[in-house]
Design a protein around this ligand. Structure first.
Ligand SMILES: *Cc1c(COP(=O)(O)O)cnc(C)c1O
Length: 413
């Protein structure tokens, strides 16, 4: 029987061992785990027996969260990290080597774009393409291409990648297809449905939702044939090949690189995940109404939200996602300073975070996309006046009233 996502998350912990019959997985803060015999310790070390060794490779609390993310993504396994960036960069470091080629979307979270730049300095080549059309990805593929990396809905301009066609392309060429689904979350979309090999989440965002923990995850959908991946080291070609990729990611990316998710943060993220679907429903509904309202404002030049019919990939988003997400961005008309808009808002918090229960907004070109410079901003379609709004779960009327009073103030200027 397939139960709905919220039901599954709420009861996930009790599918395994829960100490003292607790209704959720307790917080395990021990650094290390001890065994009765040297034989047992050795068996855990060598992977012949399940169990924990040292906290850097995980603990029972983060393991329970990993199981939940796997449930949400219908994945064969998940490895959690300290942050979303740690998940992205550690898993790439674990799977790529000098001379490898990566094709990535041009429309990316700024820090991911910056990391890919570092990756080129380590001897990998990266091609940035407009991934809203699979043909651009196809053109960039080379014999040494190991990975294609895209975001479902790009942050902050909300371009929707050509997810299905890219999935087919990757399957045809045996290339790893890595999809960052932070913007869609498992409540709206399962990248496995379009052939993703690995699914990335910043757990710090909507999955946690409460702005009180950082975390990241990488899940293996089980669709990729690791036997064909040339960079799996001999020591990780062990057991069924479905587990090889994540084993190498856990050993190299987590054990050796060490950006481990703390048990406390894992615990908070797991609590947040229980209400993910409920919160997304409310935040998406708010985002729809706000996007439509902004679209009617004379001081707004353009609104970017996949839920609007005017969005270039509206039909694609509608077909693939349960809803259009809780993130929108808009450009002001010539002569209206985005700072004035932001400063006129009273309820909305000026902050760089997203996927929070609270509505947050920021001037993109002068904050998160400042460092990369004007040229790259233009290639990513980031206008100077772009304001990103991460829509929260406040009452719709209160949220709209805040934007209304802000624009009234600007109109009177
Ligand atoms: C925030 C974000 C990340 C990075 O996550 P952190 O947890 O902040 O490190 C990666 N991808 C996307 C799309 C994001 O929005």
């Amino acid at each position: 029987m397939t139960r709905e996502i919220t039901t599954r998350i709420l009861h996930a912990d009790r599918l395994g061992t829960v100490e003292h019959g607790a209704i959720l997985k307790p917080l395990h803060i021990a650094t290390a785990y001890g065994y009765e015999t040297a034989e047992e310790l050795t068996a855990v070390f060598q992977g012949d027996k399940g169990g924990h060794i040292y906290g850097r490779q995980g603990n029972p609390t983060t393991q329970a969260l990993e199981a939940k993310v796997s449930l949400m993504e219908d994945a064969v396994g998940t490895v959690c990290f300290a942050t979303g960036m740690a998940a992205i960069c550690s898993s790439m470091m674990a799977l790529l080597k000098k001379g490898d080629h990566v094709v990535a979307s041009r429309f990316l979270f700024g820090n991911t774009a910056s990391w890919l730049n570092t990756l080129t300095q380590l001897g990998c080549e990266v091609s940035l393409v407009d991934a809203t059309e699979a043909a651009n990805v196809q053109e960039a593929l080379r014999p040494e291409t190991r990975m294609v990396f895209v975001e479902t809905i790009a942050n902050p301009r909300t371009q929707v990648a050509d997810l299905e066609a890219i999935g087919k392309l990757c399957a045809m060429h045996g290339v790893l297809y890595v999809v960052d689904s932070t913007m869609t979350t498992p409540a709206l979309f399962r990248p496995k449905a379009v052939g993703a090999s690995l699914v990335v989440h910043s757990l710090s965002k909507s999955i946690c939702g409460h702005g009180n923990a950082l975390g990241g995850s990488i899940s293996d959908t089980g669709l990729y044939d690791w036997d064909k991946y040339p960079n799996i080291l001999p020591s990780y070609r062990k057991g069924p090949d479905a587990g090889w990729g994540l084993l190498q990611i856990r050993k190299k990316g987590l054990r050796d690189m060490g950006a481990t998710l703390s048990a406390e943060h894992g615990h908070r993220i797991a609590a947040g995940a229980e209400t993910l679907a409920l919160r997304m429903e409310r935040a998406c509904a708010n985002a729809h109404v706000l996007a439509k309202w902004l679209d009617d404002q004379p001081l707004v030049a353009k609104v970017h939200y996949p839920g609007l019919q005017s969005h270039v990939q509206h039909a694609r988003a509608k077909k693939l996602f349960k809803d259009a997400g809780a993130l929108l961005s808009f450009e002001t008309v010539e002569g209206v300073d985005p700072f004035d808009v932001l400063n006129a808002l009273q309820l909305v918090i000026k902050s760089s975070h997203l996927g929070d229960n609270r509505t947050l907004a920021l001037p993109v070109a002068r904050t998160i996309f400042w460092e990369m410079g004007a040229e790259q901003r233009e290639s990513m379609e980031i206008a100077d006046s772009l304001i990103r709004v991460s829509v929260g779960i406040e009452a719709q009327a209160d949220l709209l009233a805040d934007f209304r009073q802000a624009f009234d103030k600007l109109g009177r200027k």
